[in-house]
Design a binder for this molecule. Structure first.
Ligand code: NDP
Length: 499
């Protein structure tokens, strides 16, 4: 795969794509029991791509039964770890072989630039599956330091049937962060992709089957959250829900679990990341450039987007000037053009939601420094230009609520304590960043910020080996790293009497 393909070449390939658009249960595509479908729309043009089966309670039940049967048979959960590893490595190889197709599906379905899906989303998803495959046969269980009359084996066992509910902003990557560790640890899965972007996940399931993942181990039910998502959350035979999405819907899953079978729930929810730039940042230009990318990348539809720029008063003007320069090269364009750096918002609803926040910011008295409008409306797609507010107070709606769009709110501070206070004054705690060359300030600030990830002198850096997840109402449980495997396994202590 190459992002170096021309726009015409990507468009040619897009025209010849065929879509998997039914539920995937027991390694077969089947229509929804109701026969109902919903329209999958290309956000770049507003034109329909295909009709997708609208899975509901009955379909979820069918998928859970298939997953449970596979789990009980032990065709996946009880085979040697080295065998599961072989299959998952084949799966990653097949993803690589079909990388162009997967990148196209991602771009057509949710509007992100093909340059991003082909060089970020797809390669990182492949890396994730490979990394967990490789980990399978390298993890040891434990023996407790008991008295000499006994041996206590402390083992991690798979949970059983895991339901995964996925958002639309990184459908493949967020999916892979769940599928990798859940399958590696021997679970069977039912995945519910977001209704806006189910296409790549359906193709992924087919590739998993081709790689040798046995029938019933990996099922996908496309459909609406209120129907298919809720049915999965309330199912009495699902052992765990792993969710990425909004805080509002995350709370529903806690309620569903409490009102059904007390299934385990792990939640990766929203964020309102403070990006704190101090006057003594090692390189102000680099900090400003990272701040621009940190909010405008993926159209701002990123849970850890640096949506609050918390900048020391004395350097604010210099930082904003540089951000504006970067924003000029990030103007939205055709997602299939490899030169495009910012694509379309995922759908009309999301576009209007973001425009509503922009209006609210202006009404509350923040100063619109640049951007703020819908652009490329003639394409039929849903594009918003990079937008920056100056003079924002942290109490304003645009500083408190997750916008999930290319809108940056600038707040100034006078000293380190004030920066931390503003940074932490939010219900969220997913990520934070601090820029300073003073090692004491860097360490103290990063310790004081209540967030699952804190970047020092960089923004949005990471690796599959490092955990990701939130404090406070950004959720709990971690994706990525070996720690993710903890949430798909439960500890069993086997006490053997040897007296
Ligand atoms: P939503 O919370 O709206 O949806 C997430 C998933 O939940 C979708 O599959 C959705 O289905 C489903 N869902 C929606 N309503 C219900 C319901 N009542 N019951 C059960 N399931 C439901 O989030 P978005 O898809 O809009 O994604 C954006 C959000 O995700 C942002 O808030 C963002 O911060 C967060 N996010 C967090 C990340 C993290 O790692 N912390 C990473 C990426 C995103 P459907 O859409 O089909 O209705």
């Amino acid at each position: 795969m190459s992002a170096a393909l021309s726009v015409d070449s990507w468009k040619d390939q897009a025209r010849s794509l065929s879509y998997r658009n039914q539920c995937f249960v027991g390694n077969r595509f089947v229509s929804a029991a109701s026969g109902k479908t919903f329209t999958c729309v290309n956000p770049a043009t507003g034109a329909p791509l295909t009709q997708v089966s609208a899975g509901d309670k009955e379909d979820v039940d069918r998928a859970v039964k298939a997953a449970r049967a596979a789990f009980e048979k032990g065709v996946w959960s009880r085979i040697a770890g080295s065998e599961r590893k072989k299959v998952l490595l084949r799966f990653a190889d097949l993803m690589e072989k079909h990388a162009t197709e997967l990148a196209l599906l991602e771009t057509l379905d949710m509007g992100k630039p093909i340059g991003d899906s082909s060089t970020i989303d797809v390669p990182l998803s492949i890396q994730c599956i490979r990394w967990y495959a490789e980990a399978i046969d390298k993890i040891y269980d434990e023996i407790a330091p008991t008295p000499p009359n006994a041996i206590s084996l402390i083992r991690r066992e798979p949970l059983g049937v895991v339901g995964a509910v996925i958002p639309w902003n990184f459908p493949l990557l967020m999916g892979s962060w769940k599928i990798g560790p859940a399958l590696a640890t021997g679970n069977c899965m039912v995945v519910k992709p977001a209704e806006q972007s189910p296409l790549s996940m359906l193709r992924l399931a087919e590739l998993a089957a081709e790689a040798g993942v046995p029938e019933g181990v990996f099922n996908v039910i496309p459909g609406y959250g209120e129907t298919a998502g809720q049915a999965l959350g309330r199912h009495m035979d699902v052992d765990a829900i792993t969710f990425t999405g909004s805080t509002e819907v995350g709370k529903y899953f806690l309620k569903y679990a409490g009102e059904s079978n007390m299934k385990q729930v792990s939640l990766e929810c929203g964020g309102k990341t403070p990006n704190i730039i101090m006057a003594d940042a090692p390189d102000l230009d680099a900090a400003a450039e990272a701040a621009a990318w940190g909010i405008f990348f993926n159209q701002g539809e990123v849970c850890n987007a640096g949506s609050r720029l918390i900048v020391e008063e004395s350097v604010k003007d210099a930082v904003l000037e540089k951000i504006q320069k970067v924003a000029q090269i990030l103007q939205p364009g055709d997602p299939l053009d490899p030169k495009t750096k910012m694509g379309a918002m995922v759908d009309e609803t999301q576009m209007n939601r973001v425009l509503g926040y922009i209006e609210a910011g202006a009404k509350e008295g923040a100063k619109l420094a640049f951007g703020g409008k819908r652009v490329r409306a003639e394409s039929g797609g849903y594009y918003i230009e990079p937008t920056l507010f100056d003079g924002v107070k942290n109490s304003m709606k645009i500083a408190q609520e997750e916008i999930f769009g290319p809108v940056l709110s600038t707040i100034t501070f006078k000293d380190q304590d004030e920066a931390v206070k503003i940074g932490n004054d939010t219900i969220y705690g997913l990520a934070a960043a601090v820029w300073t060359k003073d090692i004491n300030k860097a360490f103290k600030t990063s310790q004081a910020l209540r967030a699952g990830v804190v970047w020092v002198n960089c923004f949005d850096n990471g690796h599959i080996s490092s955990p990701f997840g939130g404090f406070k109402q950004s959720g709990f449980g971690r994706d990525k790293s070996l720690h993710a495997m903890e949430k798909y396994t439960q500890l069993k202590a086997t006490w053997i009497n040897i007296s």
